[in-house]
Design a binder for this molecule. Structure first.
Ligand code: FMN
Length: 163
């Protein structure tokens, strides 16, 4: 396999960034050349034939920087293989209902380009890691980390198989 993969992610408090790093490590262990970068640091998709795009969710949608990235690179995204993942609190339980809800968050991306696969993962709530205004609002929120690393790695291996 000689495809270069970009794992790019939109994260506010770091949980999705860590998921993206794990996805990247798993893809690399499968023999792929992988870069892992926040959406803000991607200058071009030219070097890549595969994009894995991950996002946190807020207010029942992907965080805005994800769609900003997708719009900026829409022409290139349409020409390469893509997979998407979301890491959010709705997926603290994996049920048909939570999957349907979070699949809904991905609709704008799926509309742009049909993905090879979609990963739906639990997120984390660590109020002091949330930047800005929402840190105070969320300071008494129930903390938790619902990221299932085995599930994340298994998903990434599945994506590698499909390339
Ligand atoms: C202000 C705020 C709003 C959120 N809204 C949602 C939501 O609508 N649905 C959801 O599943 N998770 C929601 N979450 C949870 C985040 O998606 C989750 O904590 C995620 O792991 C954060 O990722 P990050 O650390 O990469 O920013 C919200 C979190 C915050 C702080």
């Amino acid at each position: 396999m000689d495809k270069k993969v970009l794992v790019s992610y939109a994260s506010r408090a770091g949980a999705t960034a860590e998921v993206a790093e794990e996805v990247g490590k798993t893809l690399a262990a499968e023999g792929l050349m992988v870069d892992v970068l926040p959406v803000q640091k991607v200058g071009s998709l030219e070097p890549y034939s595969v994009l894995v795009l991950g996002s946190a969710a807020r207010h029942s949608r992907l965080i805005p920087e994800t769609m900003r990235f997708a719009r900026k690179f829409s022409r290139q995204i349409k020409g390469i293989k893509v997979a998407y993942f979301v890491s959010c609190l709705t997926m603290f339980k994996d049920t048909p209902e939570t999957r349907a809800t979070v699949t809904g968050y991905l609709k704008p991306l799926v509309k742009l380009k049909e993905p090879l696969d979609i990963g739906l993962f639990g997120g984390a709530m660590v109020p002091e890691k949330i930047p800005g205004f929402w840190s105070k609002v969320m300071k008494n929120a129930e903390r938790g980390d619902y990221r299932d690393w085995d599930k994340i790695r298994e998903w990434a291996r599945g994506v590698a198989q499909k390339l």
